[in-house]
Ligand binder design. Sequence first.
Ligand code: S3P
Length: 166
Amino acid sequence: MKVILIGFMGSGKTSVGTALSKKLSLPLIDLDLFLEEKTGRKIKDIFKEDGEAAFRSFETASLKEVLETEKDFVLSTGGGVVVREENGLLLEKEPLVIYLKASPDTILKRLQTDEERPLLFGSDKKERIRTLLADRLSAYTSFSKFQIETDGKTVEEIAEECISYL
Ligand code: S3P
């Protein structure tokens, strides 16, 4: 079984993915970590040294590799995995893609002090979250089969809701 979590940065993909992998006894693959292990570089450094386009190419290659070579897993993706049409087409073919929805306020609360996400560097984090989320909203919806509202819910509740769809 291939369970794939998509959603904006800070929407809980990694923590829900961890809970889900335990409940389902499936390995957890974190696409960002997979990419960092493959390249031997931190995402922050790839963005800084080579730019977003280079990062997106590594992300697409990683997504392809996981989907082609692994059979059973819970995959926690990076929030921008839907940005490339090519990735979207791969995701669309998968039956268990779950979009974890979170409001800009929730995301801001979770990422207020974060220093790991290059796309949120800069002064007006709230505005950046709003804009990026608005840009990506339709992709998250159209590339997923199920959507879960996560605001105000615990990781445990969200994981259980995911399981109810499987
Ligand atoms: C990104 C999200 C990050 C990471 C990179 C780019 C994005 O992953 O892939 O910083 O474009 O939204 P998380 O969603 O796990 O933070």
